[in-house]
Design a protein around this ligand. Structure first.
Ligand code: 4AD
Ligand code: MG
Length: 448
């Protein structure tokens, strides 16, 4: 007779005779005979109100954070805010939680900085569990976008011998343990944790016209900033037969909008809670549906916006403060910056030979509060130009396999990478990247 479902699944239903809920106590109130509890099982922000009379239970065990299993009958609730409540027949305290030692206190609103000190416990707070549900929905949304648009998912390797031409500082992979004391060269070549799956995707784009990957990426950046992690998740796509940077930019724009609409449609409550409690005034969602990501400026125009003399500044990279300034100038809306100087971008970026200033067909998406969210380019598909560029960089031997891709059925193509944590920062308005990943890794910190 007992149906076990999670709270999310039974949200609108009152069809169960008996219902068992397993979860964690969010609040407790005792009145003469009855005890009122709110219990949450993590499936949604909603807690279920439990009403019961438990004469044989030591009520002191029912504390904020304790784990319980309650069985009872779901009834229509007299309170308009909650459609149903559970009239409990049995309750079992599965795991006690000492309120004195538990770092989170009932009815207290802890800041993200405070809860960050407890990476093993912070998912017990409403705010962080909301964020993790949004993260999970956003992951689904991104996969759905690619599935709906004919992309094939590729599992690019985590361990690799290529460095994607200096996309970031590398972590070297070496074996450990007695069997390897004298042989640290396990792979016979230096091996690293991946900094980008781009080159592997480019291999695949020679057979599947649209491919993507979504996985962990590693950079040994020594910067303690609010937008860098040593381990972050990157969404990367590669599209063959793409003729213009604008085609590529459209895909970036489409993916951003579609994923964000999906998150809003499926996680509105969690997003609302987050905005109310943590980031009041954050306006990303409000502007999204009205003004789409239609703003584009060239790198040269960005320099004008920065009020820098083009003569001195042209060729310099845009720093975070520059990016944020450009975004602000553009009405605090997302903006695509295109046509970067040739020397600023890696060898694979497509040469705009006809431009008076030497540029490549590269694009970065800059967003409010974060700066660079996404980087992409058309790839140099012309064998002779690529060969020259690799030769000049002394990389022709290392990348001979890459040149092969241009020898056999080369097509115009392009791709991009989006930092998933920065995306979450952007849509939720979170200031510090360490607060949007379950277990942040950064220099001098690898907790758990
Ligand atoms: O701009 P990046 O370095 O581009 C690439 O790696 C390309 N190979 C991607 C491609 O075209 N397939 O990185 C892409 C994005 C950045 O725009 C940023 O959002 C994010 O990855 N990112 C980081 N996010 C968190 N922590 C870090 N240390 C990051 N480094 C880059
Ligand atoms: Mg970049």
């Amino acid at each position: 007779r007992v149906k076990e479902q999670n709270l999310q699944m039974c949200a609108d239903s009152m069809y169960f005779d008996l219902f068992t809920l397993q979860g964690w106590v969010r609040s407790v109130r005792s009145q003469k005979k009855n005890v009122f509890l709110h219990v949450n099982d993590g499936s949604s922000l909603q807690s279920l109100q439990i009403v019961g009379f438990f004469p044989s239970l030591n009520l002191r065990l029912l504390t904020f954070g304790s784990a319980v299993e309650v069985t009872g009958v779901l009834k229509k609730s007299p309170h308009p805010k909650q459609p149903v409540e559970l009239e409990a027949e049995q309750i079992h305290v599965v795991g006690k939680c000492n309120p004195v030692d538990f770092p989170f206190k009932i009815k207290e609103r802890h800041s993200l900085e405070y809860i960050r000190q407890f990476p093993h416990l912070r998912c017990r707070t409403n705010v962080f569990s909301s964020l993790l549900r949004v993260r999970s929905q956003a992951t689904t949304a991104i996969h759905s976008y690619f599935k709906d648009n004919g992309f094939v998912q590729i599992h690019t390797p985590v361990i690799t011998s290529n460095d994607c031409e200096g996309a970031g500082e590398l972590f070297r992979v070496e074996p450990s343990g007695p069997a390897f004391v004298d042989d640290t060269n396990f792979f016979s070549v230096p091996a690293f944790l991946t900094v980008s799956g781009q080159l592997h995707l480019e291999v695949m784009s020679g057979s599947f016209s649209r491919v993507y990957t979504f996985g962990p990426t590693f950079r040994a950046e020594n910067s303690q900033t609010r937008r860098h992690l040593a381990e972050f998740f990157m969404v990367e796509a590669e599209i063959s037969f793409t003729q213009s940077l604008e085609d590529l930019t459209k895909v970036m724009e489409d993916m951003f909008r579609s994923a964000t609409e999906h998150v809003l449609a499926h996680c509105a409550e969690d997003v609302d809670l987050f905005h109310k409690r943590v980031t009041p005034g954050h306006r990303m969602f409000k502007v999204l549906n009205v003004k789409l990501l239609s703003l584009r400026v060239t790198y040269s125009e960005a320099i004008d916006i920065l009020n820098r003399s083009s003569e001195n500044f042209w060729g310099c990279d845009l720093m975070t403060e520059h990016e944020k300034y450009v975004v602000k100038h553009c009405g605090n809306l997302p903006v695509f910056v295109t046509e970067y100087p040739y020397d600023l971008k890696p060898f694979y970026a497509r040469d705009n030979q006809d431009h008076p200033k030497h540029t490549v067909a590269a694009v970065d998406l800059l967003v409010p509060g974060v700066g660079e969210l996404c980087g992409g380019s058309l790839r140099e598909e012309r064998l002779d130009l690529l060969q020259d560029r690799l030769q000049d960089a002394g990389l022709a031997d290392t990348y001979s396999w890459y040149l092969d891709l241009r020898r056999f059925g080369s097509v115009p193509h392009g791709g991009f990478g989006l930092g998933f944590e920065r995306y979450l920062q952007c849509i939720l308005g979170v200031d510090n990247i360490k607060d949007v990943i379950p277990f942040p890794r950064f220099s001098h910190s690898c907790l758990l």
